[in-house]
Design a binder for this molecule. Structure first.
Ligand code: PHE
Length: 457
């Protein structure tokens, strides 16, 4: 089944394998954990609308750009940006690897929660009442319990990356992604039966138009689009560098982006009715002020809701197991960026690169496991600000510096010159100015979280 390129790098066995792995990277904790808490912070529907706009008009053109660069260069992102832009672009590659490192450090802590929740649901150890569930999250979300699950999750991620991307990953993604989708649709349908859910739908779907111009909500939506689509740090680029077939990259972009948005949107269709049905708005900070445990929104809201069902325990377990797998396929792509960079730049063996850097990430995640404010800060700095910066630089590199080569690469698979021109228009004229503004408006947000972290607020 597996093929290898002449230069000994990995290559996808099938086109579907590539697409599903890319969807696997995109669909993860970002779609459920991060989407529900950022949407809750951002006032619901206005955020969702802006988020959709960023996915369509900025995220998709940048995703095509990353796919083009990866497939064209067939090397790690760190080398790719130098190859295209010249030595001056080297630091962008370093930024990519840094983002992979930084995001995975706290991502793994949250993924660890999903492991803990899966096991405890099976043991019947998660409290069914909302207050109890909030306290339970408080006790397993930080400190020693969180460190243990974080370590377990990292070890698992490292083991898979040591084996190479396609063994296991390609096959697992083909089965798990569709399964996750079915569970989510089932939950969304069930949520329509909840009393009091109407307020949840209104919150989620009926925008307050004033909020559409709120800079905080705009920047949140932009950051969420990049995080959820795995953009701005070379993850999609890395996967595309293992791609040999000259398929239509615009089509792959649509598939990945629509699946990713679809999963997040459906998640919102049950998270918000559940929150309002159980009246736990305050516990998760919907009341206005950002509560300490906003980052725990999903983990506090889901168990009491599902445990109210006859076989609730099993549904909770199934939900968190699926979330765990979704997180795993994303974590693999995060580590993969760091590992390919080290293999290509320093000539290390895959095994050594994955173990040494995986261990580094494991250690770097410990502060997040101890302190949710630190986790929040890392997420805003690396998972938001730096991804926007990465996206901005990618759009300049592809839109200006390597314009003709990029167009020629996209043309293989997409002969329609009008479509390519539309794409180039977004990459050159829309993404750079918008992302520049978003970048500067995101800085104060990161600063606020930083002040909370160091106790200056
Ligand atoms: N997109 C992933 C998610 O939504 C997270 C991720 C970000 C993965 C950046 C790779 C790169 O969970």
């Amino acid at each position: 089944m597996q093929t290898s390129q002449g230069n000994g790098r990995d290559a996808w066995a099938t086109r579907a394998g590539f697409v599903l792995a890319a969807v696997g990277s995109a669909v993860g904790l970002g779609n459920m954990w991060r989407f529900s808490y950022v949407a809750a912070e951002g006032g619901g529907a206005a955020f969702v609308l802006l988020y959709l706009g960023f996915v369509a008009f900025i995220g998709m053109p940048i995703m095509t750009s990353e796919l083009v660069v990866g497939r064209m260069t067939q090397v790690s992102p760190v080398q790719a940006v130098k190859q295209l832009g010249g030595p001056a672009w080297g630091p962008l590659g370093v930024l990519f690897a840094f983002c992979g490192f930084g995001i995975l450090s706290y991502y793994s802590v949250i993924a660890g929660w999903t492991m803990r929740y899966s096991l405890d649901a099976l043991r019947g150890a998660i409290p069914a009442d909302p207050t109890g569930a909030a306290n339970y999250f408080g006790s397993v979300g930080t400190g020693m319990p969180a460190i243990i699950t974080h370590v377990l999750f990292m070890v698992l991620t490292i083991l898979i990356v040591v084996r190479g991307i396609k063994k296991g990953l390609e096959r697992a993604a083909v089965i798990l992604m569709p399964l996750l989708f079915f569970i989510l649709v089932g939950l969304a349908l069930w949520a329509t039966t909840l009393s009091g859910g109407g307020a949840g739908y209104a919150y989620y779907l009926k925008p307050q138009f004033g909020e559409l111009f709120d800079p905080t909500i705009i920047t949140d939506a932009a950051g969420q689009a990049f995080f959820s689509l795995s953009l701005g740090m070379g993850a999609i680029m890395t996967y595309a560098s293992y791609l040999k077939t000259k398929t239509n990259l615009a089509k792959e972009t649509v598939t990945i982006a629509v699946s990713d948005f679809g999963v997040a949107f459906i998640a919102g269709l049950f998270v918000f009715p559940i929150i309002f049905h159980f009246g736990i708005e305050d516990a998760i900070g919907l009341g206005g002020a950002i509560a300490d445990n906003t980052v725990g929104t999903l983990f506090i809201a889901i168990p009491p809701a599902l445990l109210s069902l006859p076989i609730g325990q099993w549904i909770v377990a199934a939900f968190f197991v699926m979330l765990f797998f979704a997180a795993l396929t994303s974590a693999i792509s995060l580590l993969e960026v760091v590992v390919t960079a080290v293999i290509d730049s320093w000539g290390w063996e895959r095994r050594k690169a994955a173990m040494v850097f995986g261990a580094g990430i494991l250690l770097a995640g410990i502060p997040s496991a101890f302190n949710l404010n630190f986790l929040d800060f890392a997420d805003k700095l690396v998972g938001n600000l730096f991804l926007i910066l990465g996206g901005l630089l990618i759009s300049i590199l592809v839109g200006y510096r390597a314009r003709d080569r990029a167009d020629a690469e996209l043309a293989q698979g997409l002969p329609n010159a009008n479509l390519r021109q539309a794409w180039a228009g977004f990459v050159r004229y829309v993404a750079p100015p918008v992302l520049l503004v978003v970048f500067f408006f995101t800085i104060p947000k990161v600063w606020t979280v930083f002040k909370t972290l160091v106790g200056m607020n």
